[in-house]
Ligand binder design. Structure first.
Ligand code: APR
Ligand code: ZN
Ligand code: ZN
Length: 393
C-alpha cells in the first residue's frame, strides 16, 4: 500500500478515501484482556459508511462474544463492541441517506429497507443486516480492519465499535436529529440495550396501563424493560435479581417490588403468584440469559393470557424448558430482538420521545471512562457494578 494512501485518524489530515491508522481495543483470544493498539481501517466500500466513534458502551452480549460463548468457530483477532455513537467520516458509493459529518447511532440489527422482512410490518428482521453472531466479515466476505502488519481483524455484530474508526453497512447507521446531538452520550444508550428493553415492553409485549410485570435480571436491559413498563402505566413491576446491589438503582427505575431468589425458599414463580393475588403477572421478561430463569419467568405469568418475553441471549445448547402441554394453559412465550424496533426507521422517534422525558437515558450511564480503560469497564460489568460504562474516544 502506498504511504500516501494512509492517513492518521487523529484529525490532522484528510482521511477520505484513505486507509486510516488509529487505536482499537483488539481481542486476541477468548476472554483475553483487550490490547489497545494501532490498527488500519480501510475505506468504506459500496453502501458502507466509515464512522469516527465518539462514545461506546459495553453490553452483556459483548461479554458473551468476547468469552467465545455464543459460537463454535471463534475468530480472533477481533474488534467487539456494538453500542456506540459517532460522526460520519466518509461514505461509500451508493449511500444517499447518510453523509459526511452526520451524527449517528450504530445499530447491530440493521434495516436494508428492501428485503421481504423490511417490507413487512410484523417483524424487525432483515435478510441482509439482521443479527448473526457467526458473521465476522462485511457482506463481501472481507474485513475493513487489519493489524499494522496486514493481518485481517474480524468484525462483530455488524458494528465493531471498540475502535476510533469503524466501517459498517449503511443499513446499520441511524442519523439522529441535530437538537439531540446535544445529548449524544445519552443517545448512545439507544444503540442496543436500552432500546431492546423499552421495545420489549412497548412493541413485543405492548404492556397496558394498570398491568403487572415481572422483570428477571436488573441490568440495563431489564431496567429498560421496567422503565418502559412504567411509562406505559403498569402498576406493579416486580424485579428479580441475585445481586442485591442492583436493588437501589432498580427502585429508582420503575421497579415497585423486589425478589432476591437466593433469599427465597419457594420457587420464584410461586412468590410472584403470591404477590399478585395467586394468579401471576400479566407479563414477564427474561433478561439474564439463564434457561432456568426462563422457566421461572414462564410460570410466573397468569394462565389464559400471560406473556413471557425472552431477551436474554442463551449460550446453552439446551432447548426450551417447557413441556408442549403447558402451552394449553394459555401462557405464551415470545423472543424479542432489539425490542422489535425497525432501527433505521423507528429509532429517531424513540430518541425524540426520550429527549421529551418518556425515558431518562442518563440513568443508565453509571460509569464513564477513557477508551484506554476498556478492561476496567469490562470488570465493572462482570462484577455487577455498572449498568452501562460509557467509554470516551
Ligand atoms: N437470577 C436472577 N438474576 C440473575 C441471574 C439469576 N439466575 N443471573 C444473572 N442475573 C442478573 C445479574 O445479576 C445482572 O444484574 O441478571 C443481570 C444481567 O445484567 P447485565 O449483566 O448487566 O446484562 P444486560 O446488558 O442487562 O443484558 C441482559 O440481555 O441482551 C441480553 O445478552 C444480553 O443476556 C444478556 C441480557
Ligand atoms: Zn447489546
Ligand atoms: Zn432488510
Amino acid at each position: 500500500m502506498a504511504t500516501s494512501n494512509v492517513a492518521n485518524g487523529n484529525g490532522s489530515s484528510e482521511t477520505k478515501g484513505k486507509t486510516i491508522t488509529c487505536k482499537a481495543a483488539v481481542a486476541h483470544g477468548p476472554g483475553e484482556p483487550f490490547v489497545v493498539e494501532q490498527i488500519l481501517v480501510h475505506p468504506p466500500k459500496k453502501m458502507e459508511v466509515r464512522i469516527k466513534i465518539l462514545y461506546t458502551s459495553i453490553c452483556h452480549t459483548d461479554l458473551s462474544g468476547w468469552k467465545g460463548e455464543c459460537e463454535p468457530q471463534r475468530a480472533y483477532p477481533r474488534i467487539f463492541g456494538h453500542e456506540a455513537s459517532g460522526v460520519v467520516e466518509s461514505v461509500g458509493k451508493g449511500v444517499s441517506d447518510i453523509k459526511e459529518k452526520d451524527i449517528v447511532v450504530l445499530i447491530f440489527n440493521g434495516e436494508c429497507g428492501e428485503c421481504v422482512y423490511c417490507k413487512c410490518e410484523k417483524t424487525n428482521m432483515c435478510e441482509k443486516f439482521g443479527v448473526d453472531p457467526m458473521k465476522k466479515l462485511m457482506c463481501d466476505g472481507t474485513s475493513r480492519f487489519s493489524t499494522i502488519d496486514g493481518k485481517p481483524i474480524f468484525h462483530f455484530l455488524n458494528t465493531s465499535t471498540f475502535t476510533e474508526y469503524t466501517v459498517v453497512d449503511s443499513g446499520c447507521v441511524v442519523k439522529v436529529n441535530p437538537q439531540e446531538t446535544l445529548c449524544l452520550k445519552n443517545l448512545t444508550m439507544l444503540s442496543c440495550g436500552v432500546s431492546t428493553g423499552i421495545g420489549a415492553a412497548w412493541n413485543t409485549a405492548n404492556v397496558h396501563a394498570g398491568s403487572s410485570v415481572a422483570v428477571f435480571g436488573l441490568g440495563a436491559v431489564g431496567l429498560a424493560v421496567a422503565e418502559g413498563a412504567r411509562a406505559r402505566g403498569a402498576s406493579k413491576i416486580i424485579g428479580v435479581d441475585i445481586n442485591p446491589d442492583k436493588f437501589i438503582t432498580a427502585k429508582t427505575m420503575g421497579i415497585t417490588d423486589l425478589i432476591n431468589p437466593t433469599d427465597e425458599e419457594k420457587p420464584v414463580y410461586e412468590r410472584i403468584r403470591e404477590m399478585t393475588g395467586g394468579g401471576g403477572v400479566d407479563y414477564s421478561f427474561e433478561c439474564t440469559g439463564n434457561l432456568n430463569v426462563l422457566r421461572d419467568a414462564f410460570l410466573s405469568v397468569h394462565e389464559g393470557w400471560g406473556l413471557t418475553v425472552l431477551l436474554g441471549i442463551q449460550s446453552s445448547p439446551k432447548l426450551l424448558p417447557i413441556h408442549p402441554m403447558e402451552l394449553f394453559d394459555g401462557r405464551r412465550i415470545e423472543g424479542s430482538i432489539f425490542g422489535g424496533f425497525k432501527g433505521k426507521s423507528q429509532l429517531p422517534n424513540l430518541a425524540t420521545e426520550c429527549m421529551q422525558g418518556a425515558i431518562k437515558l442518563d440513568k443508565f450511564i453509571t460509569h464513564e471512562l477513557p477508551f484506554e480503560e476498556i478492561n476496567k469497564a469490562f470488570d465493572l460489568l462482570i462484577d455487577g457494578k455498572s449498568l452501562r460504562c460509557l467509554l470516551h474516544l
